[in-house]
Design a protein around this ligand. Structure first.
Ligand SMILES: Cc1ncc(COP(=O)(O)O)c(C=O)c1O
Length: 427
């Protein structure tokens, strides 16, 4: 391949890209190629405008913002739920825009897990998921008087990168009541087969839910169609809603009407919320799982961002571009980095790949620091992974070509050797 071929082909791809105009809606760090959108997505103009609007409403309306703002703050969580619903293939009543990822898992466990069920008191998780999920599972079991050493099973990974279907299914035994798995593994970027796992779990009488922090906004879901029992996610990665923005959860309609495990006044029927009745009167659907006052300042940018995503064509459009970007990155990695000791840890097939790529290298920490100094923002996951996350809304194919070419130069000149190598530090 000639030296200028990749740039030409990247330029052609960028010209043909229907999502290209949306890049102008984002605040891009000056002079840098931002490939960390799976950790913290960038601010967009609509998200900023929505946030500033709420600040202005607070300044001018005070308490009257709850009912008198346009739109009324009272309605923001429900509006966000309606806007999230198409991204996960759900009825809006099955979504609540609330809490954070971990808090939402706690709420779903508290609502769905029945510790007294004879013979089925095991929870299943996995060894690759973000540790907060395992902490939640362990502490939840303890809250219910069960010993995690006995009642929590974490599915192992044979290579420390991906989960195998047969290993997952082997964990779905008769004593399991509920399983929690990542839709996309946060390290390797492996996409699990949500539909098959849900079917297999149900065949064995197991409830199943998914952590979608790394999939929502990168991969379309069809939770209602697939019969998934529950899901939960953050909105600060591919959904670009801002650091600590309101999270989301999904509760399948077959579980609506269950008493919320963690009850609070915002989960009460809207017409009875201010009645302060001694008994909790749950709202319809997943809204019953709200606990306290919605974080209006954290919902506003989410709403602005979701409007942008809908206007850009929604989950299917994002997925098409995302796959094209990671296909392109893979081709550049193969063409330029073949001799430098990198291994791609992300599965190649479209059906098994989320929105980011993970490159393994023994010097990953130092290489990440060198990349950042060279104007590329990657993400390091210890001990040896470089994650490259092109956002379908603001990353160009030319950025991907440029990033890999800068990485090749770093490897050729061994620039990374000048950097410290503490593997635990995120550069
Ligand atoms: C897969 C996954 N699960 C859970 C979390 C924890 O999220 P939160 O801090 O919103 O609870 C994260 C955070 O990045 C994550 O990536």
């Amino acid at each position: 391949m000639s030296a200028c071929a990749p740039a030409l082909s990247a330029a052609a791809l960028d010209r043909a890209d229907p999502l290209a105009p949306w890049r102008d809606e984002f605040f891009l760090p000056s002079g840098r190629i931002y490939l960390d959108g799976n950790s913290l997505g960038l601010l967009s103009r609509p998200a900023e405008a929505a946030l500033l609007r709420v600040v202005e409403q607070w300044r001018t309306l005070g308490i009257d913002g709850w009912t008198g703002a346009d739109p009324a703050w009272l309605t923001l969580a429900d509006r966000a739920a309606a806007a999230l619903a198409p991204l996960v293939g759900a009825e809006p009543q099955s979504i609540a825009a609330t809490g954070q990822t971990t808090a939402n898992l706690h709420q779903l466990l508290a609502t769905l897990f029945e510790p007294a069920r004879p013979g089925r008191r095991t929870l299943v998780g996995d060894t690759l998921n973000f540790a907060s999920d395992a902490y939640a599972l362990q502490s939840h079991l303890r809250q219910r008087g069960l010993d995690p050493a006995q009642h929590l099973r974490l599915i192992p990974s044979r290579n420390g990168r991906v989960l195998r279907l047969d290993d997952i299914l082997a964990a779905f035994t008769d004593d399991v009541q509920l399983a929690v798995l990542p839709a996309v593994v946060f390290t390797s970027g492996q996409l699990l087969d949500v539909a098959t796992l849900t079917r297999k779990a149900h065949e064995r009488g197991i409830l199943i839910g998914f952590d979608c922090s790394h999939s929502i906004g990168a991969v379309p879901h069809a939770f209602d169609r697939d019969g998934v029992d529950f899901a939960f996610w953050c909105t600060y990665k591919w959904l670009n809603a801002g650091p600590g923005a309101a999270g989301g959860l999904y509760l399948n309609s077959k579980h609506h009407g269950r008493a919320p495990g963690l009850a609070g006044w915002w989960g009460v029927r809207p017409d009875r919320r201010f009645a302060m009745a001694p008994q909790h009167e749950p709202a319809d659907g997943a809204a019953a799982l709200h606990i306290g006052t919605p974080p209006i300042l954290a919902l506003a940018p989410l709403l602005g961002s979701l409007e942008l995503i809908a206007a850009a064509g929604g989950a299917a459009a994002l997925r098409e571009k995302s796959l094209a970007l990671t296909d392109f990155l893979l081709a550049r990695i193969e063409a330029e980095l073949g001799s430098f000791g990198f291994t791609v840890s992300t599965p190649r097939g479209h059906l098994a790949r989320g929105g980011h790529l993970a490159l393994a290298h023994p010097d990953a920490a130092r290489i990440c620091r060198a990349l950042k100094a060279a104007g590329v923002v990657p993400d390091f996951r210890g001990p040896d992974l470089i994650r490259l996350a092109p956002s379908p809304l603001y990353t160009r194919f030319a950025d991907c070509a440029d990033a890999i070419s800068r990485l090749r130069q770093i490897m050729e000149k061994r620039d990374y050797e000048a950097w410290a190598s503490e593997p635990g530090l995120v550069p």
